[in-house]
Design a protein around this ligand. Sequence first.
Ligand code: ADP
Ligand code: F6P
Length: 368
Amino acid sequence: MEKPTLKLYKNIENNKKMDYNSRNRLKITKNVNTCFGREGCVEKMSKEINTIGVLTSGGDAPGMNAAIRAVVRTALQHGKKVKGIKKGYRGLLDEEIIDMNARSVADIIQKGGTVLYTARCDEFKTAEGQKLGAEICRKHGIDGLVVIGGDGSFMGAQKLAHLGINTIAIPGTIDLDIACTEYTIGFDTAVNTAMEAIDKVRDTSTSHERCSIIEVMGRRAGYIALWCGIANGAEDILLPERYDHDEQKIINRIIEMRKKGKTHHIIVNAEGIGHSASMARRIEAATGVETRATILGHMQRGGSPTCKDRMYASIMGAYAVDILCAGKSSRVVAYKNGEYVDYDIDEALAMKKDIDDYQYDVSVLLSN
Ligand code: ADP
Ligand code: F6P
């Protein structure tokens, strides 16, 4: 697979603007006034970045604080001013903008949620809202922006980049549904939280010899369901990407497994399929097996981030600032094939992602 980052770094290198350190991470040798267009060509950036803004948008995700902390401290290290924009694009339009220093991000790496707060903002989906957002950035001297959020937030970042604000996006969502990256901030914590909760439901399910349907988050994507399904040893794993809506098949399996002596039946159902409560009623009526539905809900979004989320979010935050200061704009930071890389935001948003066939086949095989 082509490594866009390395190619672009090479472009920069050829222009003798920067070099690498031994670990292949950018080492800035001096400030550069260049940015990169869609084809990776060098374009003139309007002016050098002095002030970097940072915001979190969409659903909060554990590890966002680690990313904010890394953005702030790396930017300060580069000699930039830092402004925190509260409540995502809503706060940008309302000018809820604060100065940040190294102390503003002390004692937050271990905390869930986001200290900058987050929001959803329909006004920002309009051309007027986006234009106003870009004007407010200019008014506050924000000439570089780091957006931490999911693919909806990326679309907002893309619009700001097209309006001339140098913008870098970092994937922050528990759903893992961003195509260009194998890692998104918060997924690891969320999936561990859900796994522990499902283990607990399993104990009571076994004691009562029940069937339990546990619904996990993920919006339209089934990654949390797939990972928990495998990690919790579920008997059925229902993913929006694969579910054939054949409930009779599930009912037959429950009856068959009872005959084989199984004392419980765990169904991990993805939010994208939903309807867990009515499914439970139908399954109980058809099988005679007591069935309960548990919707895990927002507990999956909270809690102290795992080591992985703190670590990856920290690297991504630093990386975003490094490439911004190196003259890149309109990029998405990603983790691919064991490396931190960055993609053009238009290309990243056009990419498609699906459940891995092999992982899905294994999940089916192991649930029998
Ligand atoms: P996430 O970022 O987690 O996917 P959402 O899809 O709710 O969450 O998006 C978060 C916010 O991003 C929205 O409330 C809106 O302000 C902004 N956004 C979403 N889609 C667009 C779009 N097409 N254009 C501009 N901004 C958008
Ligand atoms: O994107 C994260 C997520 O938790 C999804 O899994 C879920 O569909 C959605 O956000 C829930 O959003 P809200 O917090 O607005 O209910």
